[in-house]
Design a protein around this ligand. Structure first.
Ligand code: TEU
Ligand code: CA
Length: 559
């Protein structure tokens, strides 16, 4: 297995709007990030993934970009960005940027030109089609609700938007457009950034026949999955991007790729593929989705989580590399979703961190995860800001007649805004995030869950993450060891080994709220053993038979 810096890294995702506000306007900004670099250094991470900071009208909080080579006014200036990059590098922290090139904002110059006339030189940068009998070209539904097509009267045609109508999809079939994107990427890389996280990069190649999608009984629009994910030319485009841009720099790339299997993933990240280094897959965070997608929220079983994560561990064991995450800016908080954020908040947050960070791949920490930040439950839909949540409420409650209370429950469980409440820095008003009024309400539990108390508490979740990160730096087996699942059929125990040369790591994680007994399988031979980390005090070093307390996690190094 080839050794690489990005395999040995721990990555911290910053969603700038909610991270730290430096000037009291209630919106996080670049100067706020600079203020917290020492905090991140203390945590021990060595790469930051910065969610979009580019110029944007903020229909989707920066994932709708109107100028790729400028900074959003609310976040600061390009000078601020340059200082951030320099300050981060001085601390040995790399920065990867979000690359959002499946679509732009409808306020991007390319689009305002494109829509102005059918023979404008930018026309073909986007996907325009004629309607059929006054209806959109096909039945595709957008990921954010409604039709994926928007009518534009200027030229009497429709444009495709797989996300909001303010996020028109770029036409990757157009070589001129592709070159523009590559030039923009080089411009950032020449500035010294260390790579890209590529937004929905497996959606850039559309099935050129644009066929209707299947409509399930709970849906109004057709399912786009078979026609836009992992499309016919996606690998051709990525190989071209790699040849023209990526291969010229010592950087890392991670593609956001919904709807991929491990074998699809190998096609993106396999060693000889010359495309990407890693992808984000979503099978483990989509557990419980039903006919209404995540709003169905059918719950989850530990066995499903084990099956999926193990399948990915093994699927990329020989070729490729995993990204490891439970949280990001689109997901509910892991401790609330997979742990127990009430009775066993601290224990379960640490257990989940152990389960994830001891796996093979590159771990990602989403801001506040290291503090065990939890989901929020606003009473009123008006307190939610996320376009996906608001559109889904309108469509499901307003049009499909879903019970509003049931919908609010689903929102409390799954809304993206769970991840977007301000980072809880201390117990002062607005959690020390801002001196003004935050753009989205602070989670009321900030008085007890915040960075200030946790930094000084040696048993805090924060300090537990520090230790996990440190262990990964010290033990190659944590980075490169082979994975093997133990007790496949156990309903609440997630245990596995990692093996490299003559070292074996034994990872034991209980998802149970009751005590359970764990017996070490006889085929694991050991002579000496050492406990590397645990989330409870452990006296009994005999690991043949272990009584595991609620949400207990232990990691042993067997030699
Ligand atoms: O997310 C893509 C994506 O698949 C999401 O729409 C995801 O399905 C959903 O949020 C889960 O409920 C990326 C970005 O991460 C997201 O923030 C953007 O809104 C989206 O692309 C459009 O750029
Ligand atoms: Ca600000």
């Amino acid at each position: 297995m080839e050794q690489k810096w990005w395999k040995e890294s721990v990555i911290y995702q910053i969603y700038p709007r909610s991270f730290k506000d430096s000037n009291g306007d209630g919106i996080g900004d670049i100067k706020g990030i600079i203020e917290k670099l020492d905090y991140l250094n203390m945590l021990g991470i060595n790469v930051i993934w910065l969610s979009p900071v580019y110029k944007s009208p903020n229909d989707d909080n920066g994932y709708d970009i109107s100028d790729y080579q400028d900074i959003m006014d609310e976040f600061g200036t390009m000078e601020d960005f340059d200082i951030l990059l320099q300050e981060a590098h001085q601390r040995g922290i790399k920065i990867i940027m979000d690359l959002v090139v499946n679509h732009t904002s409808d306020e991007h110059k390319w689009f305002t030109q494109s829509k102005s006339s059918v023979d404008n030189e930018y026309r073909d940068y986007y996907i325009w089609k004629k309607g059929i009998d006054g209806q959109p070209p096909n039945n595709w539904g957008s990921c954010f609700g409604g039709s994926a097509w928007e009518y534009d009267s200027t030229t009497d045609m429709y444009y495709l938007h797989l996300f909001s109508k303010k996020q028109p999809d770029l036409n990757w079939e157009n070589k001129v457009l592709r070159n523009k994107v590559y030039d923009m990427m080089k411009w950032w890389l020449d500035k010294g950034i260390d790579g890209f996280r590529m937004d929905v990069i497996n959606m850039i190649s559309k099935d050129q026949r644009y066929p209707d999608g299947y409509v399930n009984e709970k849906a109004v629009y057709g399912d786009i999955t078979p026609f836009v994910f992992n499309g016919p030319k996606v690998h051709e485009f990525l190989k071209e991007m790699n040849r023209e841009v990526l291969s010229k720099y010592d950087i890392m790339t991670v593609g956001e790729t919904p709807a991929v299997s491990p074998s699809d993933a190998v096609n993106y990240v396999g060693n000889d593929r010359n495309e990407l280094n890693m992808v984000f897959q979503f099978e483990h965070v989509d557990i419980g989705n039903g006919l209404e997608g995540k709003w169905s929220n059918l719950g989850y079983k530990v066995s499903e989580l084990k099956d999926i994560l193990s399948k990915w561990q093994l699927g990329l064991q020989d070729d490729g590399w995993n990204s490891l995450f439970l949280d990001n800016h689109d997901q509910p908080r892991a401790v609330s979703r997979y742990g127990n954020d009430k009775e066993y908040w601290c224990e379960s947050a640490k257990m989940l961190a152990t389960m994830l960070h001891m796996m093979r791949g590159t771990p990602y920490i989403y801001q506040g995860e290291e503090l065990g930040m939890t989901n929020v439950a606003f009473d009123h839909i008006e307190d939610y800001k996320d376009i996906e949540t608001l559109n889904a409420y309108k469509e499901l409650v307003g049009i499909r007649g879903k019970d509003p209370e049931e919908m609010m429950k689903a929102i409390h469980d799954r809304s993206r805004d769970n991840a977007r409440t301000p980072v809880q820095w201390d117990d002062s008003e607005y959690a020390g995030f801002t001196t003004g009024t935050p753009w989205i309400k602070v989670n009321p539990n900030y008085a007890s869950i915040n960075a200030k108390v946790q930094i000084h508490d040696k048993d805090s979740i924060f300090n537990y993450y520090r230790k996990l990160i440190k262990l990964r730096k010290e033990h190659k087996v944590i980075v490169y060891g082979d994975y093997q699942l133990l007790y496949e059929d156990h309903e609440s125990l997630f245990a596995y080994t990692r093996t490299l040369d003559n070292e074996t790591l034994l990872v034991i994680c209980s998802f149970d709220t009751n005590q359970i007994t764990f017996e070490l399988p006889e085929n694991i031979l050991y002579n000496t053993n050492s406990l590397l980390i645990s989330n409870y005090p452990v006296e009994d070093m005999n690991i043949v038979k272990v009584e595991l307390r609620p949400y207990e996690a232990r990691v042993y190094l067997l030699q």
